[in-house]
Design a protein. Sequence first.
Length: 262
Amino acid sequence: MQKELDKLINIVKPAAQQELMPGFGNHQYSYKPDNSVITDADLAMQHRLQTEMLVCWPEIPVLGEEMTEQEQLNVITNSDSYWCIDPLDGTNNYATGMPCFGVSIGLVRNAEVVLALIYDPVRDESFSAIKGNGAYLNGVRIEKKSSSCERERVIAEIDMKRLPDELAIRLVTEAPYSSQRNIGSSALDWCWLAAGRYNIYLHGGQKLWDYAAGQLILQEAGGVSVSLDQAPVFRNQLETRSVLASMDWTLFNTWKQWIGIE
Protein backbone atom coordinates (compact mmCIF):
# COMPACT_ATOMS: atom_id res chain seq x y z
CA MET A 1 0.00 0.00 0.00
CA GLN A 2 3.01 2.30 -0.05
CA LYS A 3 2.18 3.37 -3.60
CA GLU A 4 -1.30 4.42 -2.47
CA LEU A 5 0.18 6.40 0.41
CA ASP A 6 2.67 8.13 -1.88
CA LYS A 7 -0.14 9.08 -4.27
CA LEU A 8 -2.19 10.39 -1.37
CA ILE A 9 0.65 12.54 -0.06
CA ASN A 10 1.12 14.00 -3.54
CA ILE A 11 -2.56 14.96 -3.57
CA VAL A 12 -2.89 16.27 -0.02
CA LYS A 13 0.23 18.41 0.41
CA PRO A 14 -0.22 20.74 -2.58
CA ALA A 15 -3.97 20.91 -1.97
CA ALA A 16 -3.45 22.03 1.64
CA GLN A 17 -0.79 24.57 0.70
CA GLN A 18 -2.95 26.03 -2.07
CA GLU A 19 -6.47 25.78 -0.61
CA LEU A 20 -5.79 26.34 3.10
CA MET A 21 -2.65 28.37 3.70
CA PRO A 22 -3.55 31.52 1.72
CA GLY A 23 -6.59 32.13 3.94
CA PHE A 24 -5.08 31.03 7.25
CA GLY A 25 -6.04 33.43 10.02
CA ASN A 26 -8.01 35.67 7.70
CA HIS A 27 -11.12 33.67 6.91
CA GLN A 28 -14.76 34.49 7.52
CA TYR A 29 -16.61 31.66 9.18
CA SER A 30 -20.14 30.58 9.98
CA TYR A 31 -21.76 27.88 12.11
CA LYS A 32 -23.24 24.53 11.16
CA PRO A 33 -26.42 23.22 12.85
CA ASP A 34 -24.28 21.46 15.49
CA ASN A 35 -22.60 24.83 16.27
CA SER A 36 -19.24 23.79 14.86
CA VAL A 37 -17.38 26.32 12.73
CA ILE A 38 -17.16 26.09 8.94
CA THR A 39 -15.33 28.18 6.34
CA ASP A 40 -15.24 28.25 2.57
CA ALA A 41 -11.83 26.60 2.86
CA ASP A 42 -13.39 23.46 4.42
CA LEU A 43 -15.68 23.10 1.42
CA ALA A 44 -13.03 23.93 -1.17
CA MET A 45 -10.57 21.48 0.35
CA GLN A 46 -13.11 18.68 0.56
CA HIS A 47 -14.19 19.24 -3.05
CA ARG A 48 -10.61 19.21 -4.29
CA LEU A 49 -9.65 16.11 -2.32
CA GLN A 50 -12.76 14.23 -3.34
CA THR A 51 -12.30 15.13 -7.01
CA GLU A 52 -8.62 14.17 -7.18
CA MET A 53 -8.96 11.02 -5.08
CA LEU A 54 -11.82 9.71 -7.20
CA VAL A 55 -9.63 10.14 -10.26
CA CYS A 56 -6.93 7.97 -8.68
CA TRP A 57 -9.29 5.51 -7.00
CA PRO A 58 -12.64 5.62 -8.83
CA GLU A 59 -13.77 2.41 -7.15
CA ILE A 60 -13.39 3.80 -3.60
CA PRO A 61 -16.06 6.25 -2.37
CA VAL A 62 -15.28 9.18 -0.12
CA LEU A 63 -16.90 9.92 3.24
CA GLY A 64 -16.22 13.55 4.11
CA GLU A 65 -17.04 15.64 7.15
CA GLU A 66 -18.88 18.21 5.03
CA MET A 67 -21.29 15.66 3.53
CA THR A 68 -24.78 15.20 4.98
CA GLU A 69 -25.16 12.58 7.69
CA GLN A 70 -27.32 10.48 5.39
CA GLU A 71 -24.64 10.56 2.69
CA GLN A 72 -22.05 9.51 5.27
CA LEU A 73 -24.20 6.64 6.53
CA ASN A 74 -24.80 5.48 2.97
CA VAL A 75 -21.06 5.20 2.40
CA ILE A 76 -20.52 3.20 5.60
CA THR A 77 -23.49 0.94 4.96
CA ASN A 78 -22.92 0.23 1.28
CA SER A 79 -19.14 0.15 0.90
CA ASP A 80 -16.55 -2.46 1.83
CA SER A 81 -13.86 0.19 1.36
CA TYR A 82 -14.01 3.97 1.63
CA TRP A 83 -11.87 7.03 2.30
CA CYS A 84 -12.74 8.92 5.48
CA ILE A 85 -11.59 12.52 5.21
CA ASP A 86 -11.60 15.61 7.36
CA PRO A 87 -10.54 18.34 4.93
CA LEU A 88 -9.76 20.82 7.70
CA ASP A 89 -9.57 19.58 11.27
CA GLY A 90 -9.28 22.50 13.67
CA THR A 91 -11.38 24.94 11.67
CA ASN A 92 -11.80 27.33 14.59
CA ASN A 93 -8.03 27.53 14.98
CA TYR A 94 -7.60 28.00 11.25
CA ALA A 95 -10.14 30.82 10.98
CA THR A 96 -8.82 32.75 13.98
CA GLY A 97 -5.10 32.36 13.31
CA MET A 98 -4.04 29.61 15.73
CA PRO A 99 -1.48 27.41 13.93
CA CYS A 100 -2.91 24.04 14.94
CA PHE A 101 -4.95 22.41 12.18
CA GLY A 102 -4.55 19.70 9.60
CA VAL A 103 -5.98 17.38 6.97
CA SER A 104 -6.92 13.86 8.04
CA ILE A 105 -7.52 10.87 5.75
CA GLY A 106 -8.03 7.22 6.57
CA LEU A 107 -8.69 4.28 4.26
CA VAL A 108 -11.27 1.92 5.75
CA ARG A 109 -11.36 -1.59 4.36
CA ASN A 110 -13.59 -4.37 5.68
CA ALA A 111 -14.47 -2.29 8.74
CA GLU A 112 -10.91 -1.48 9.80
CA VAL A 113 -8.55 1.37 9.05
CA VAL A 114 -5.61 0.14 6.97
CA LEU A 115 -3.94 3.39 5.86
CA ALA A 116 -3.74 6.83 7.45
CA LEU A 117 -2.35 10.24 6.60
CA ILE A 118 -2.56 13.43 8.66
CA TYR A 119 -0.88 16.51 7.23
CA ASP A 120 -0.06 19.70 9.14
CA PRO A 121 0.58 22.38 6.49
CA VAL A 122 1.87 24.97 8.99
CA ARG A 123 4.78 22.76 10.06
CA ASP A 124 4.88 20.71 6.84
CA GLU A 125 4.56 17.54 8.93
CA SER A 126 3.10 14.38 7.39
CA PHE A 127 2.12 11.69 9.87
CA SER A 128 1.30 8.38 8.21
CA ALA A 129 0.72 4.71 8.88
CA ILE A 130 -0.03 1.50 7.02
CA LYS A 131 -1.55 -1.22 9.17
CA GLY A 132 1.17 -3.58 10.36
CA ASN A 133 4.05 -1.40 9.11
CA GLY A 134 4.59 1.23 11.80
CA ALA A 135 3.93 4.95 11.94
CA TYR A 136 6.01 7.66 10.29
CA LEU A 137 6.66 11.40 10.51
CA ASN A 138 7.89 12.85 7.21
CA GLY A 139 9.02 9.39 6.16
CA VAL A 140 11.00 8.67 9.33
CA ARG A 141 9.67 5.90 11.55
CA ILE A 142 8.27 7.12 14.89
CA GLU A 143 10.20 5.34 17.63
CA LYS A 144 8.39 4.85 20.90
CA LYS A 145 9.80 7.15 23.58
CA SER A 146 9.98 6.34 27.26
CA SER A 147 7.67 8.41 29.45
CA SER A 148 7.25 8.88 33.15
CA CYS A 149 4.20 7.61 35.02
CA GLU A 150 4.85 10.00 37.88
CA ARG A 151 1.88 12.29 38.37
CA GLU A 152 3.99 15.41 38.77
CA ARG A 153 5.50 14.91 35.31
CA VAL A 154 2.49 13.98 33.18
CA ILE A 155 1.58 16.31 30.32
CA ALA A 156 -2.10 15.75 29.55
CA GLU A 157 -4.02 16.76 26.42
CA ILE A 158 -7.64 16.96 27.60
CA ASP A 159 -10.82 18.19 25.95
CA MET A 160 -12.94 19.12 28.97
CA LYS A 161 -16.21 20.33 27.52
CA ARG A 162 -17.49 17.00 26.17
CA LEU A 163 -16.57 14.89 29.21
CA PRO A 164 -19.11 13.79 31.82
CA ASP A 165 -19.48 16.58 34.38
CA GLU A 166 -18.27 14.47 37.31
CA LEU A 167 -15.11 13.43 35.50
CA ALA A 168 -14.38 16.98 34.33
CA ILE A 169 -14.72 18.29 37.89
CA ARG A 170 -12.36 15.60 39.22
CA LEU A 171 -9.80 16.48 36.55
CA VAL A 172 -9.87 20.11 37.66
CA THR A 173 -9.93 19.58 41.41
CA GLU A 174 -7.57 16.59 41.67
CA ALA A 175 -5.37 17.39 38.64
CA PRO A 176 -3.65 14.03 38.02
CA TYR A 177 -1.06 15.73 35.79
CA SER A 178 1.67 18.34 35.81
CA SER A 179 0.35 20.32 32.84
CA GLN A 180 -2.91 20.24 30.88
CA ARG A 181 -3.75 21.70 27.49
CA ASN A 182 -6.12 21.39 24.52
CA ILE A 183 -4.78 22.39 21.11
CA GLY A 184 -8.15 22.26 19.32
CA SER A 185 -7.38 19.70 16.60
CA SER A 186 -8.31 16.08 17.26
CA ALA A 187 -6.27 14.85 14.29
CA LEU A 188 -3.09 16.52 15.56
CA ASP A 189 -3.88 15.36 19.11
CA TRP A 190 -3.42 11.72 18.03
CA CYS A 191 -0.26 12.50 16.08
CA TRP A 192 1.40 14.61 18.72
CA LEU A 193 0.70 11.94 21.31
CA ALA A 194 2.28 9.34 19.02
CA ALA A 195 5.31 11.63 18.60
CA GLY A 196 5.75 11.94 22.38
CA ARG A 197 4.76 15.59 22.68
CA TYR A 198 2.53 14.75 25.65
CA ASN A 199 1.83 11.67 27.74
CA ILE A 200 -1.91 11.13 28.01
CA TYR A 201 -4.92 12.02 25.87
CA LEU A 202 -8.52 12.28 27.02
CA HIS A 203 -11.31 13.52 24.77
CA GLY A 204 -15.02 13.67 25.43
CA GLY A 205 -16.25 12.35 22.08
CA GLN A 206 -15.21 12.38 18.45
CA LYS A 207 -16.68 11.89 15.00
CA LEU A 208 -15.38 9.20 12.66
CA TRP A 209 -13.20 11.64 10.70
CA ASP A 210 -11.64 12.93 13.93
CA TYR A 211 -10.16 9.59 14.95
CA ALA A 212 -10.12 7.16 12.00
CA ALA A 213 -6.63 8.09 10.80
CA GLY A 214 -5.23 9.22 14.15
CA GLN A 215 -5.97 6.09 16.11
CA LEU A 216 -4.17 3.96 13.50
CA ILE A 217 -1.12 6.24 13.61
CA LEU A 218 -1.04 5.99 17.41
CA GLN A 219 -1.52 2.22 17.31
CA GLU A 220 1.24 1.73 14.75
CA ALA A 221 3.57 3.92 16.82
CA GLY A 222 3.07 1.51 19.73
CA GLY A 223 0.35 3.36 21.64
CA VAL A 224 -2.94 2.19 23.08
CA SER A 225 -6.44 3.67 23.19
CA VAL A 226 -9.92 2.78 24.39
CA SER A 227 -13.35 4.35 24.49
CA LEU A 228 -14.56 5.02 28.02
CA ASP A 229 -17.36 2.52 27.45
CA GLN A 230 -14.52 -0.06 27.20
CA ALA A 231 -15.04 -0.68 23.46
CA PRO A 232 -12.43 -0.14 20.73
CA VAL A 233 -12.18 3.47 19.55
CA PHE A 234 -12.76 2.56 15.90
CA ARG A 235 -16.10 0.79 15.38
CA ASN A 236 -16.93 1.82 11.80
CA GLN A 237 -19.64 4.19 12.96
CA LEU A 238 -20.03 7.94 12.80
CA GLU A 239 -19.40 8.71 16.45
CA THR A 240 -17.59 7.30 19.45
CA ARG A 241 -17.77 8.17 23.13
CA SER A 242 -14.98 9.63 25.25
CA VAL A 243 -11.55 8.23 24.45
CA LEU A 244 -8.41 7.67 26.53
CA ALA A 245 -5.03 7.10 24.89
CA SER A 246 -1.34 7.00 25.70
CA MET A 247 1.98 5.74 24.39
CA ASP A 248 2.79 4.41 27.88
CA TRP A 249 0.82 1.29 28.80
CA THR A 250 1.52 1.63 32.53
CA LEU A 251 0.37 5.23 32.54
CA PHE A 252 -2.64 4.23 30.43
CA ASN A 253 -3.68 1.60 32.97
CA THR A 254 -3.10 4.00 35.86
CA TRP A 255 -5.46 6.51 34.27
CA LYS A 256 -8.01 3.81 33.49
CA GLN A 257 -8.11 2.93 37.18
CA TRP A 258 -8.29 6.59 38.22
CA ILE A 259 -11.19 7.21 35.85
CA GLY A 260 -12.92 4.00 36.89
CA ILE A 261 -12.64 1.89 33.74
CA GLU A 262 -12.35 -1.77 34.66
